[in-house]
Write a protein that binds this ligand. Structure first.
Ligand code: ADP
Ligand code: MG
Length: 612
């Protein structure tokens, strides 16, 4: 009798398990996707560890996922066994990975969902990393046998079992009485609930895997399946024996053509491991043959974002140093609220670099994308880098630098194409990426002009204009791009500003800038197509359409009001530098403006904010 160590689940786990079961019932198919995705992660980890520790994997033993359904002999119920040859788990890992909610955010998540009407949305489950617990959607009891590979640190690993118990509040961990049956990896056995017997049919499993999981892994998935094989009558026995499966086969012999008196071949049904995801990965295909839905599913499975991407670009490229690659760039439908406030290092690393379909890294080190583009999600599959290239060598190569340049260029092209061809979509993109474009144009010197063409501004005349369209809309003789900047104020507040009044009355368009990055952007750009940016809140504003008469009238007024100005200057000496006559105001009698060479109130505010 092997001693079984009994553990209580961390309290959150028991709660989580309940939530998953209660709110995901109608979405129970999710379990298979989650377990395959975990198997894929474990296989990727093994590969990566093996790059630096050759003991872990000899480079030849198969890395794969196998799925087998077993019916009980009495025909009632049965189990599904999902096995991977991945990184496995030792006793501690079995305990903490499957018995404790390791992710700090998950407890909050549990609390949120519990308080939420209707419970958890099925699509969120994978995103929040509660994946393993989806097993309990279809299983009463889950047994996980696991063994890590031999490594220099752990030369004699043992196979252990995690077993959920019937009381739902505890689990057991014990050495596997069968010894090491796996080599390395993990075997998950789901004792199916009585109402989940449909999953015992391989055809149903196959359908599910094709629907949900063909994008989750690039490792081969084998399904224990009944397949029809045509064998020649003469060497029928030999054919069956040479079958690639090591498991016993049950062969059902059937005559193909009973009316033919001398049949040459027979069709037989054999049970064997069928490789069910042998198609090349989606990004290797011709983009013309890939549907939107396929791109979306790939995105969702790869980046665990269950909202659809806004757009993507699938292309073939050459790094310039002779490395050819395929890539898909995805634009997510939202970016984190915290994106602008958190430091670059803490951004998600979502450029997945593969070599010959095998995941290598998503850490590009010093060639990580710049802040403004760090939200983009990319799959890059390089053709001819040496497969065992270490991450250190990779990072010192020019390849990553070139890749970064190409991704950014393609990203800008993708946005530009949408801006040109799809108004509605670009409006949608502006909702999410408005500030990103401004940040990019400020940050990215090399691509500044191109990114700036994507920037849209509100004006006193319309909700949104590009700089190019602003210039198209200029008045005769206009030499400047007028703007008013007041950080944090609403657009309607800016429209009503005294500084805009006069220009508005004369029919000039004024850019209304209310984001912190806006004023930095116009100061970085300085000009656009030869037009200088002119702050309408600064003194010395000249319109292009002033006539000689205007100027004469102004001179007369200046003369007339000289005594008043003199008096005002003396009276306000302590607070303003100068008092001048203005023809900029329409309904307001006076305004306090910034010096034409001084910094504006807005920048002043910005500077004191950053100096704090
Ligand atoms: P997530 O995959 O988001 O981390 P899961 O609940 O799906 O969350 O899995 C929890 C953890 O259990 C994983 O992070 C991993 O460490 C471990 N795990 C699950 N399945 C496997 C497996 N097949 N092989 C190795 N480790 C696994
Ligand atoms: Mg998972």
């Amino acid at each position: 009798e092997i001693p079984k160590l009994k553990h209580e689940y961390q309290s959150d786990v028991a709660r989580l398990r309940k939530i998953v079961i209660n709110s995901l019932y109608s979405n129970r198919d999710a379990f298979l996707r989650e377990l395959i995705s975990n198997a894929n992660d474990a296989l990727e980890k093994l590969r990566i560890v093996a790059l630096t520790d050759k003991d872990v994997w000899d480079g030849t033993s198969p890395l794969n996922v196998t799925i087998k359904a077993e019916s009980n002999p009495d025909g009632n119920g049965g189990r599904i066994i999902i096995t991977d040859t991945g990184i496995g788990m030792n006793v501690d890992e079995l305990t903490s990975n499957l018995g404790i909610l390791a992710k700090s955010g998950t407890s909050d998540f549990v609390a949120r969902v519990e308080g939420q009407e209707g419970g958890l949305n099925g699509n969120l489950i994978g995103a929040f990393g509660v994946g393993f617990y989806s097993s309990f959607l279809v299983a009463d009891k889950v047994t996980v046998a696991s063994i890590p590979p031999k490594s220099s640190k752990n030369p004699h690993p043992t196979q252990n079992v995690f077993s959920s118990s019937a009381d739902e509040s505890s689990f057991e961990i014990y050495p596997d009485p069968r010894g090491n049956t796996l080599g390395h990896g993990t075997e998950i056995t789901l004792e199916l609930k009585s109402d989940a017997s449909d999953y015992l049919h391989p055809s149903n499993l196959m359908k599910l895997i094709h629907q949900h999981s063909s994008f989750s892994t690039s490792f081969p998935i084998y399904l224990w399946n009944e397949v029809e094989e045509e064998v020649s009558l003469e060497d029928h026995t030999a054919e069956v024996d040479s079958n690639e499966s090591q498991d016993e086969e049950e062969a059902l012999v059937e005559e193909t053509n009973p009316t033919d008196s001398t049949p040459k071949t027979k069709k037989i049904l054999v049970q064997k491991w069928e490789h069910i995801n042998s198609q090349p990965p989606l990004w290797m295909r011709d983009p013309k043959t890939v549907s939107d839905e396929e791109y979306e599913l790939l995105y969702q499975a790869t980046f665990k974002d269950f909202r659809k991407p806004l757009a993507w670009n699938h292309f073939t490229g050459d790094s310039g140093s002779g490395v050819s690659f395929r890539a898909i760039i995805y634009i997510p439908s939202s970016i984190d609220d915290t994106f602008f406030t958190k430091p670059l290092e803490s951004n998600a690393k979502d450029v997945r670099l593969l070599v010959k379909h095998v995941f290598i890294t998503s850490d590009l080190g010093e060639y990580d994308l710049p802040k403004w583009a760090s939200w983009v999600r990319v799959i890059i599959d390089a053709e001819d880098l040496p497969l065992n290239v270490s991450r250190e060598t990779l990072q010192s190569s020019t390849f990553l630098k070139q890749i970064r340049g190409i991704v950014i260029r393609r990203l800008i092209q993708l946005f530009a194409k949408i801006a040109e061809e799809e108004d509605d979509k670009f409006a949608e993109i502006q909702k999410v990426y408005r500030t990103i474009f401004k940040l990019g144009a400020t940050e990215d010197e090399k691509n500044r002009q191109k990114i700036a063409t994507l920037v849209r501004f509100s004006t006193n005349q319309r909700n949104s204009t590009s700089l190019d369209n602003y210039i198209k809309n200029k008045k005769q003789g206009q030499k400047q791009i007028f703007y008013l900047a007041d950080m944090g104020k609403s657009i309607s507040h800016l429209t009503g500003s005294v500084f805009v009044e006069k220009l508005d009355a004369r029919g000039y368009e004024v850019l209304l800038l209310n984001e912190p990055v806006d004023e930095i952007l116009v100061q970085t750009l300085r000009t656009w197509k030869g037009f200088k940016f002119q702050d309408v809140a600064k003194a010395g504003l000249v319109f292009g359409d002033d006539t000689d008469e205007d100027r004469e009238a102004m001179a007369a007024l200046e003369k007339k009001y000289a005594p008043l100005l003199e008096w005002l200057k003396v009276e306000t000496e302590e607070v303003v530098r100068n008092v001048v006559l203005s023809d900029r105001l329409v309904t307001s009698p006076c305004a306090v403006v910034a010096d034409s060479t001084g910094i504006t109130a807005n920048v002043q505010r910005l500077m004191s904010a950053t100096n704090r």
